[in-house]
Design a protein around this ligand. Structure first.
Ligand code: NFS
Ligand code: SF4
Length: 684
């Protein structure tokens, strides 16, 4: 009895032990909100991270539940690990740890590719509806971009009459592009159109390996089939299918989403914005749009800015309307409209805890179910909008379904709901909005990079290449991805990025990493002086750009693929993406989308390092395939490095390896020996 009592007490103590805000984030605004949450007894993900520990078999990727004879768990013992004992682990059906881990990995790719691509499908459908003038809420904003992408779909942009050629009607072009784009999902054979956008040598590698995607849906479905009990039981073959599906995501589903969004809403060019919870304002109606698809948020932006809604807000005693984004929706409305960002993934509950959020509007992806419970603790209305994503938790959750044919009307209804709720703020609940609010410059599409780093007269990637060849810029780092409650919020993101900058590696960013960088002031031109090595600082200061280029949301990782392709095409840095002095990174990843992105980077030839954990470590041969053997096939490979300093160091070592292979390592040494450069460094 006494023992039991002691155990109970221990458990209770464990429960109340909780977390220390300063130990789980480096973001001071978040710390303030966590303290408020702890004071008010509001449970957040940071509490759950203490009480819910990950399963140590699942974390290594070696639990199979693909049939009801399992789940089969194959723990990796120390003896097997050290090679003292033969690895004879098997599931009930005989599946090896390699098969199990590869199947699990493949299903993550399938889910991630499906998420991005289903987003893309929605964009293509809306685009087609706009092109056919079935909706008046969307239009073609960027004709130039439409004309640029049309030939990639084999769509003519001119018409011939006799010997003469005339520009074709833009709406006709749009309809044909829309139809061809939408057909990429259901395509059964052949190749996705955009595969040819890759440098020829990269495309040839895919062709040789037989992994050029046929159609988007087909490749995702085939993963599900192959990973069903008793189908594909060769981890190498499973990974080849992962490449097809992931490439279909990066070079089709995501890329089409990005392109058609640009045509409808405008291609991003550098724009000022503000970030962190301090963008909320106490005396205004605060609406947070959280999720991923700009189709809806674009309309809410328009509605929130309409005189009708502003007047309505005034009639309810509010001083205006603040519309702020969260997660990738935030990136979408930032890069096109300069709308403020409230925060990244781990701040979604914290935003509501300010007490000042009148509505949180969500669509799909990365929305924690618990936002509904937190919203219930305040006056906040949680509004779901997508038929694919309803939330059962929460007494006050409402559903206002989005429909692209009446998009603006629905946008207004949502804004009106938020305004009405402004009057329901509870006087007994003190509002606390942290003061943190950083300035940033975002919106570096690959077109914008071409323009900004290009010559005075004409956009081109040649000057960027020249600076890489002469060594001022050592290489390119793509640092992207999520937050993860298993690691200190934003900490690894910032360490990896700062290490790269210090070593003259220019950083391209998207997703929650971009927001971490924004909050830390890295997305300003002034950051170049403070954080960069002398070469990179000089380039950034001359051109007037931040050393970290915010390229958008996670589907906009396709912009990084395009930028890499442009760099190859500009010449002097090899023939394929795999030849570039470049590396990818997701220091705090958590979502399945990140695995799909990671794998399309790897299959496109990029060395890609993940932080936190990777569910492959329990299957050493499979891990070796991903971390080593893939390099021989694709030129790119996976890696897992938890320590952010070592993480960056390995990226830099890879960049140097590529510089050496290109014969430009000497140029770099010369630059470093340069007296003028040294003096400049000392003066800093
Ligand atoms: Ni990307 Fe964007 Fe953030 Fe991760 Fe989620 S918001 S789509 S998945 S958590 S970076
Ligand atoms: Fe076990 Fe094989 Fe069934 Fe997986 S598929 S649960 S390894 S029997």
């Amino acid at each position: 009895m006494a023992a039991e009592e002691a155990k109970g007490k221990e458990k209770a103590a464990e429960k109340t032990k909780g977390y220390k805000p300063e130990e789980v984030t480096v973001d001071t605004a978040s710390i303030k909100m966590m303290k408020k949450a702890l004071n008010e007894g509001i449970e957040t993900i940071f509490d759950r991270a203490v009480t819910m520990k990950p399963c140590n078999i699942g974390v290594e990727g070696i639990c199979c539940k693909n049939c009801s004879q399992g789940p089969c768990r194959l723990p990796l013992t120390k003896k097997i690990k050290d090679g003292l004992e033969e690895d004879t682990r098997k599931g009930i059906c005989g599946a090896t740890p390699e098969t199990i881990a590869a199947r699990n990995f493949a299903r993550m790719v399938a889910a991630g590719a499906a998420a991005h691509s289903d987003h893309g499908r929605g964009v293509a459908e809306t685009f087609l509806a706009a092109a056919r003038k079935e909706t008046h809420d969307y239009t073609i904003k960027d004709e130039q971009k439409l004309l640029e992408i049309a030939p990639d779909f084999g769509v003519e942009i001119t018409v011939k009459e006799g010997d003469e050629e005339f520009p074709r009607d833009i709406w006709d072009i749009a309809v044909e592009v829309g139809e061809k784009a939408l057909a990429e999902w259901g395509r059964q054979s052949g190749e996705i159109y955009y595969a040819k956008r890759a440098p020829e040598a990269t495309y040839e590698t895919w062709k040789k390996l037989g992994v050029v995607p046929r159609g988007i849906d087909r490749e995702i479905v085939e993963i599900m089939h192959r990973t069903h009990m008793g189908v594909d039981q060769d981890y190498r073959n499973i990974i080849a299918q992962c490449s097809r599906a992931a490439l279909a995501d990066g070079w089709a589903g995501s890329m089409i989403a990005t392109d058609l969004q640009d045509v409808m809403f405008g291609t991003p060019y550098p724009i000022h914005g503000q970030i962190n919870l301090g963008v909320l304002e106490k005396d205004k109606v605060n609406i947070i749009v959280h999720g991923h698809e700009p189709l809806l948020s674009e309309m809410i932006v328009a509605a929130a800015q309409s005189q009708e809604m502003l007047d309505y807000a005034k009639s309810k005693g509010a001083n205006g309307i603040i519309l702020a984004g969260m997660c990738c929706t935030a990136n979408e409305i930032l890069v096109r409209h300069g709308m403020p960002i409230a925060g990244n993934y781990l701040q979604q509950e914290l935003a509501i805890i300010t007490g000042a959020v009148d509505a949180m509007v969500v669509d799909v992806q990365c929305i924690m179910e618990n936002v509904a419970n937190v919203a219930d603790c305040y006056h906040t209305k949680l509004i779901t909008t997508n038929p694919r994503a309803r939330i059962a938790s929460g007494r006050g959750t409402v559903h206002i379904e989005f429909d692209e044919h009446h998009a603006f009307e629905i946008g207004k209804e949502i804004v009106k709901t938020a305004v009405d709720n402004f009057t329901n703020r509870r006087p007994e609940q003190p509002i606390l909005i942290p003061g943190e609010r950083e300035m940033m410059v975002a919106g570096f599409s690959y077109e914008a990079i071409r323009y900004h780093l290009g010559g005075t007269f004409r956009g081109s990637y040649v000057p960027l290449n020249d600076n890489i060849i002469n060594g001022r810029i050592r290489g390119i780092g793509g640092v992207v991805g999520c937050n993860n409650c298993r690691t200190v919020h934003d900490s690894a993101h910032l360490t990896v990025v700062k290490e790269l900058l210090k070593n003259d590696v220019i950083v391209l960013t998207t997703g929650c990493n971009a927001m971490a960088c924004g909050k830390a002031g890295l997305l300003t031109p002034e950051a170049a002086r403070v954080f960069c090595g002398p070469g990179l600082a000089e380039v950034c200061e001359t051109v007037g750009i931040p050393p970290v280029l915010h390229m958008g949301s996670c589907v906009d990782n396709s912009r990084i693929l395009m930028a890499a392709s442009e760099v190859v095409k500009a010449g002097g840095l090899g023939k394929s993406i795999a030849d570039l002095p470049a590396a990818g990174s997701a220091p705090e990843w958590m979502s399945e989308k990140a695995i799909s992105i990671g794998h399309y980077f790897v299959a496109s030839g990029v060395y890609t390092v993940f932080g936190v954990t990777l569910p492959v470590t329990g299957a050493p041969r499979f891990q070796k395939h991903l971390f080593e053997e893939l390099e021989k096939l694709y030129g790119g490979m996976w890696d897992l490095v938890e320590d952010p300093y070592e993480h960056a160091a390995k990226m830099i070592a890879h960049i140097d390896k590529k510089r050496k292979a290109l014969g430009i390592d000497k140029a770099r040494e010369r630059v470093l020996m340069d007296m003028a450069d040294r003096q400049k460094l000392e003066a800093m």
